[in-house]
Design a binder for this molecule. Sequence first.
Ligand SMILES: [Cu+2]
Length: 508
Amino acid sequence: MRLFNSTPFHHQSLSYSKLALACLLALSTAGMAGCDKSTPDEASTTKAETTQATKDSKAPNTKNDELPVIDAIITHAPDVPPPIDRDYAAKVIVKMETVEKTMRLADGVEYNFWTFGGQVPGQFIRVRQGDEIEFHLSNHPDSKMPHNIDLHAVTGPGGGAASSFTSPGYTSEFNFKALKPGLYVYHCAVAPVGMHIANGMYGLILVEPEEGLPKVDREFYVMQGDFYTKGSYGDKGLQPFDMEKAVKEQADYVLFNGSVGALTGENSLKAKVGETVRLFVGNGGPNLVSSFHVIGEIFDKVNVEGGSAENHNVQTTLIPAGGAAITQFKVDVPGELVMVDHSIFRAFNKGALGIIDVQGPENAKIYSGKVREEVYLPEGSAAQSLGNTNTPAPVITAANKQERIKMGKSVYASNCAACHQLNGAGIPKAFPPLAKSDYLNQDPKRAINAILHGLTGKITVNGEEYNSVMPAVALDDEKVANVVTYIINSWGNKGGEVTPADVKAARK
Ligand SMILES: [Cu+2]
């Protein structure tokens, strides 16, 4: 399942979460038939080997079909694990942890990131074509949300997502074979998918071809992502995620490696004149396509879209959301090479800027002159002002309760169903049910407040405890009235009507 195409976000996450739910149910009952990524003829052998190799992970290699077992070295950006020097396939054990963590987004600006491994982007994984990967995904007990992983390097439904769905305090394990070489994105795919990605849940996995990659002097890991905050670029304090801006694709920040300045100043990447540099560049999105460019450099070689096609002498390479590219170039002269998304306001006004600091002797024949550092102030002083000048769309109002329920149904499908599911059943341990919810039925105002102000902290719904986060949903009074009226009149709930006036009163 590839989640990135032109269909609107809601529909994607909807159909996705249905699949995930189906697989979850399958997991919790009998087996994972239909949710497993192995092809039928591969499944039996792969599984047998897996258990074998896991149990005897330190045992000598006795059987022909058993692979040597290796613990993967995974690295935080901008570091890349060492090149693979094996000429044989191995069983590679990868252990990763999802962590929700408040960190610096820019100077004076904090954000509650959701991460693979405690940083954005997640750790870099490096394996060889033909390797079998045994993936362990742990979700830190302090997490509020369940998480999973969809690796684009996996051949199989969900890219591993259903098999790796992990509630806080649990570990999941699944296996896959790295069939095709390339540089692949991985990301969390728990509903609402866009929100998990927007909060920083993505990273890269490199599958080296059997013959390996040509040797270079330096390798770096750079990954772009777009961020959506309640405040504008540079507004101080802890900035909550803004779902509405995310849906409208109005990013406040576009960043390399998760924060403004992650690759500038003392964090600049370093190289020496005459060296060959390889950049593994990914784009987590969730929304924006990157026009990746290094000011003052020409890529000698680009593995287009992270695949096997090589382009040469490239100025700017396009990196789709959920895609990657490998760029390679020799640095000939000293100075600061500036990495940007050449959708250029993103670089100078939204943070998509990094520096490769090249040291060494000048070569006046190739270039004489100096890069002016002051042009590239990473924080940028000119924050864009998007001013709220657009006139509000006319509000279509419901004439009676029946109309309200009907209109509320579509509000529900596009704003609530990603988490609470279309049938209102929720997802066990993650999203509480709205169907026959004793919590909701006791007082429908609770739904109004949850939508207007968000809901956090422990609540008990039908005997099950939830301690999670529902973000506020930006809807006008009419829509809130409609959706709440819809849910209290659906799925065996006790009925009634909520009016826009009720909602207005609750806003205060
Ligand atoms: Cu997640």
